[in-house]
Design a protein around this ligand. Structure first.
Ligand code: AMP
Ligand code: ZN
Length: 472
């Protein structure tokens, strides 16, 4: 597969440390509020990537954290803990908030056909691992204690800014525009590994540590959880583009300092979902959720289709008008599939050609809009319906827009519109025909078949018995 790598900023062949196996890590949600549909754009595209890697034959071990402690309202290690903010807002404990919004996140994922990663680990379950990592970083001289906190010393690295080609000075200023500098830091870019002293002393969750009662910084959790479940060599790390700096930059700094070797060679970042005012974000107050889309009558899978229509490396602007367009396209697609009949043998050789085209599209930096085009090509293809259905089902193991199920529902809804009287009449005729056939009365059997055809009923003799349907 060819996949863009933010590290090096170019498309390149995706390679793994062990042939056929992908160790994949995904930054999970901060569970202080519902996920907005922007967050979910990132998880949808990561899900497609994971499923496509499996489609190509890789065995994937995907790990994801749940940030239930340590993510500060400002990425520059200052500000209030996001979890605590959520707890105060709802007059609940931090753990109640975490539990509620973790469940809500996975419910949204289920509605969007996002597979749950193989390992999901809340940060609060890994405190001993964080402490061990911070201790090692101190021992190796990559960290220092100051003002009651432990900081990572970025001056010990040959290169700190690993993504992008902005000058180090630009980035430092950009990120810290409105932030008061922490007086205990030796360098602007140093970040907290472990807090015991923060401006916000009412932090609810604290743990004993060699540096006193405290709590971990945000970045340490992803390094430690990834190493715990994915080992020392990661193949692929994913997240939204805002994670690249400072979060992923800091993850790389501390993981490589801790391990003493390169950690993850390939970084996948999804560009943002925007609304009319810019980047969609939870802190803006009002934001769009899956439940809100549902309450307006949208199938969550229409939103998934909307995301697939664009490339993950382009910002995507959300409007209800464009979601309506996606809904129209989705319903048309489903209706066309509902009209296919599972007849005939699958034409394997021809099917392979269409699968190769799908791989060409998806294997070229996850071109999901071309992947969708492959579905339309199949519908137009000169192959029988059984082959079309087989290919659609095959591609949908990756795209996951629920096409086969949705088509079944359309068919069921159509047949529900047929009155019970009519059904009884047809079934009586079919029974009469069966009787005639059993008695080798072919003339009567044929007459009944014609009678059924006049009523636009098509009958099929299958090993399981006679089935019937209304002609389109
Ligand atoms: P959070 O819950 O804030 O930790 O974010 C969860 C994921 O959503 C991270 O990978 C973020 O980078 C990503 N994310 C945040 N905002 C957006 C957005 N507007 N569009 C796409 N992804 C986003
Ligand atoms: Zn992370």
């Amino acid at each position: 597969m060819i996949l863009y790598n933010t590290l090096g900023q170019k498309k390149q062949e995706f390679k793994t440390h062990t042939e056929g196996t992908v160790n994949m890590y995904t930054c999970g949600p901060t569970v202080y509020h519902f996920a907005h549909i922007g967050n979910l754009r990132t998880y949808i595209m990561e899900d497609v990537l994971e499923k496509y890697l499996r489609y190509e034959g890789y065995k994937v071990n995907r790990v994801m954290n749940i940030t239930d402690v340590g993510h500060l309202a400002s990425d520059a290690d200052t500000g209030e803990d996001k979890m605590l903010k959520g707890a105060k807002r709802e007059h609940k404990t931090v753990l109640e908030i975490a539990d509620f919004y973790t469940k809500a996140f996975f419910e949204d994922c289920k509605k969007l056909n996002i597979k749950t990663p193989d390992v999901v680990e809340p940060a609060t379950c890994c405190i001993p691992e964080f402490i061990e990592m911070v201790e090692t970083l101190l021992k190796k001289g990559y960290a220092y204690e100051a003002g009651g906190n432990v900081y990572f010393d970025t001056s010990k690295l040959d290169k700190y800014y690993v993504f992008g080609n902005q000058s180090e000075e630009d980035l430092a200023v950009g990120v810290r525009d409105s932030v008061t500098e922490d007086e205990f830091k030796k360098n602007k870019t140093d970040f907290v590994l472990w807090f015991t002293k923060s401006k916000f002393d009412d932090q609810e969750l604290k743990w004993e540590s060699p540096w006193g009662l405290g709590y971990p910084g945000w970045h340490i959790e992803c390094s430690a959880i990834s190493i715990k479940h994915g080992g020392e060599y990661l193949d692929l790390h994913c997240g939204g583009v805002d994670n690249a700096f400072p979060h992923h930059t800091n993850e790389i700094a501390q993981s490589e300092a801790y391990l003493g070797h390169e950690w993850c060679p390939h970084w996948f970042h999804v560009l943002h979902l925007l609304d009319s005012t810019g980047k969609m974000s939870k802190s803006k107050g009002e934001f769009l959720t899956v439940s809100l889309l549902e309450s307006k009558g949208y199938d969550p899978l229409v939103y998934r289709m909307f995301c697939l229509q664009s490339h993950y490396r382009k910002p995507l602007t959300f409007t209800f008008e464009s979601l309506d367009n996606a809904a129209v396209a989705y319903n048309k697609l489903v209706n066309r599939i509902a009209n296919l009949k599972a007849e005939g043998e699958i034409e394997t050789e021809k099917a392979e050609k269409y699968k190769a085209k799908f791989k060409e599209a998806m294997g070229n930096d996850l071109n999901t809009s071309l992947g969708l085009t492959c579905l339309y090509d199949v519908l137009k293809a000169g192959v029988n319906d059984a082959t079309k259905l087989h290919l659609i089902e095959d591609f949908d193991t990756v795209l996951s827009i629920g096409l086969i199920d949705a088509a079944k529902k359309v068919r069921a809804a159509k047949s529900e519109n047929i009155s019970t009287d009519f059904t009884a009449e047809i079934e009586a005729l079919i029974e009469k025909r069966q009787k005639a056939r059993a008695e080798k009365d072919w003339a009567t059997a044929d007459k009944i078949r014609d009678e059924l055809a006049a009523k636009k009923v098509i009958i099929k003799d299958t090993p399981q018995g006679v089935t019937w349907e209304i002609a389109e």
